[in-house]
Design a binder for this molecule. Structure first.
Ligand code: F6R
Length: 592
């Protein structure tokens, strides 16, 4: 995973690198580092921990002509100082930052060691920098050395490289994203546009197996065959790239509270003058299909479960939702005309890219539901729909989840030509604002569960899907073991875990399942559970903890999820954790 930045010719380059790394730490935050090249001198600062910590290690006057920086999510080697990037070649001539994974790196490393190369770290990235240094000794030309490395290694890489004594920033890319930002008398490099948007809105995007170099006022990019390629200049929608806390203490809280405006923007984008604004071809393809296959990971997989229910119940089209990493090892294409829907906020999730490569061997239609335009998955899918959620900074997804579900519902509404559904979504949004008013009650629940070892969420139907997402959110930011259990499954095993004061959060928002859920409550209570019920008014009982105004039942995952998100947020906060950057995680999971 990891994020990389680089700059040449930039006044206050250090400021760009440090701020840029802070912007990119959604890609990993196990360690951070920066290298300064000033004429012949290369100075590296790096350590485990945050970018702010890194900044505190750098003397205030330190500057350079060419700089590269890195924020890491550990794949090979522990998240310590030695394994932090940048990595220097054994001869001290080259330094690089790398995002990606080099396949069979151990074999390459062994062969380099045989040739006399010494290693300091456990990373695959150090293999690349040493290989470049070794090839350079033979070729006496950095570009030729880079090309030989690209011919030798397989895997994913976005690399920015400096060479002692050369006022240049070299780049090479395969699979992992890499953008060059074009400035006036300076040029920048980063994993995405967000660190650069303050400085330029002119970018070139490197394609797979492209490489080249960047100087202060020019650049040259080559394809794998060594021919120079002319790159198209692109610009980015600034409002979707920029982000700030806007007075909130945490991005997660801000993003939960953006849900009503995000959903409104989404509906307004896809419904114009009371007409659906979708590609007609896409809608027809869905109508013609006899099976919808949903592929997603984590939160996006949970959204797909809700979407599957919409397609089955409202359109009568059978569906199957799969965890991408599972499906990839046992691909199934039920029906004669399956239609494949990838759900991915980032569009860069490696498990999904693996699935897409499998699907590409067939002639099936593909749709991506995403929050990021120009991603690898978007380039590979026939159709793409953007959920319009804007950048989501907090690692725990909230507004993007709600928008994914709303997007799926809008697609179903468009296939059904039922504009009323779009209106129902908008009409229900004020209820989310009322949930905000119940924050004091939610904080009391957070206070009860914060020191517990284990917690359970139960529900049936839509409420079960909601439980899955609520449980994931709680565990990822509060580190409390949490499980979601379908109400009917309790007695088939999990109820054995219930003991005195075990917290059980129950969702009751569906009249079809409400009575059965009340039965489940009695079962867990009689084993000592401390039950907190979140219900809708018409199904509520006096003892329920949070009672929510009525809305169409199929909107639970959009409306009631906010209560679950607040609960996860306040639990993490009360434990003193970094809500937006939970341990061991990263926003974009670009490794399998
Ligand atoms: C959790 C969360 C993750 C992502 C998952 C897939 O809050 O956001 O579970 O949903 O890593 O990522 P995308 O949607 O980018 O494919």
């Amino acid at each position: 995973m990891c994020g990389i930045v680089g700059c040449i010719g930039k006044n206050k380059g250090r400021e760009y690198i440090i701020n840029g790394l802070k912007t990119l730490d959604y890609r990993g935050y196990d360690s951070a580092g920066v290298a300064f090249l000033k004429q012949d001198k290369i100075t590296i600062y790096k350590d485990a921990g945050s970018v702010s910590h890194l900044n505190s290690l750098i003397p205030s006057k330190e500057e350079g002509d060419v700089l590269i920086g890195h924020t890491r999510w550990a794949t090979h080697g522990k998240p310590n100082k030695i394994n932090s990037h940048p990595h220097m070649s054994y001869d001290g001539e080259f330094v690089l930052v790398h995002n990606g994974i080099v396949e069979r790196f151990a074999e390459h490393k062994a062969s380099l060691i045989e040739q006399g190369v010494t290693f300091k770290s456990d990373t695959d990235s150090e293999v690349v920098v040493n290989m470049i240094a070794l090839f350079y000794k033979e070729e006496k030309d950095v570009l030729k050395a880079i090309r030989r490395v690209m011919e030798t290694i397989e895997g994913s890489y976005a690399i920015s490289l400096i060479h002692r004594g050369e006022n240049r920033l070299y780049v090479l890319k395969n699979v992992s994203p890499l953008l060059v930002g074009i400035g006036e008398d300076f040029n920048l490099v980063a994993s995405d546009a967000s660190p650069m948007i303050e400085h330029t809105n002119k970018f070139i995007e490197l394609g797979d197996k492209e490489y080249g170099y960047i100087e202060k006022s020019s650049y040259k990019i080559y394809n794998f065959e060594g021919q120079e390629v002319t790159k198209e200049l692109i610009s980015k929608d600034i409002s979707l790239v920029k982000h700030d806390l806007n007075g909130y203490d945490h991005y997660m809280l801000k993003e939960i509270e953006e849900i009503p405006s995000v959903i409104t923007r989404l509906v307004n984008h896809y419904v114009l003058d009371h007409e659906f604004n979708f590609d007609k071809d896409l809608i027809n393809k869905i109508r013609e299909s006899d099976h919808i296959i949903f592929l997603g990971c984590g939160t996006s997989y949970h959204a797909s479960l809700v979407g599957g229910r919409y397609f089955e119940e409202m359109l009568g089209i059978p569906t199957a939702s799969y965890i991408a990493s599972e499906w990839a090892f046992h691909p199934m294409f039920p029906g004669k005309k399956p239609f494949i829907v990838f759900i991915s906020q980032s569009g860069e999730t490696a498990d999904l890219i693996h699935c897409l490569n499998i699907v590409k061997q067939y002639d099936y239609d593909t749709l991506l539901i995403t929050n990021t335009s120009g991603s690898t998955l978007e380039r590979g899918c026939k159709y793409s729909l953007n959920i319009q959620a804007g950048v989501e900074v907090s690692v725990a997804s909230t507004k993007a989840y709600a928008a994914q579900v709303a997007m799926l519902l809008l697609v179903v509404a468009a296939v059904k030509s039922n504009i009323k559904i779009a209106h129902e979504i908008i009409n229900a949004l004020p209820i989310i604002k009322k949930i905000k008013e119940k924050q004091e009650d939610i904080k009391k629940v957070a206070n009860f569960i914060k020191d517990k070892q284990s917690i359970f969420y139960i529900g049936r139907g839509y409420d079960y899907y909601l439980s899955l997402e609520a449980s994931l959110k709680l565990k990822e930011i509060s580190y409390i073991h949490s499980e979601a259990i379908a109400g009917g499954e309790l007695k088939h095993g999990p109820i054995a875990l219930i003991e005195n004061d075990t917290p059980v959060i129950v969702f009751i928002t569906d009249h079809m399942t409400a009575n059965s859920m009340r039965g489940n409550i009695e079962e867990v209570k009689s084993r000592g559970a401390k039950v907190f019920v979140i219900s809708t008014r018409e199904l509520s009982k006096e003892s329920d903890t949070i009672v929510i105004d009525p809305y169409p039942n199929f909107l639970s995952s959009i409306i009631v999820s906010t209560a679950a998100f607040y609960l996860a947020y306040y639990t993490s906060l009360s434990k003193g954790y970094d809500v937006d950057k939970p341990r061991n995680l990263a926003k974009s999971v670009t490794v399998e």
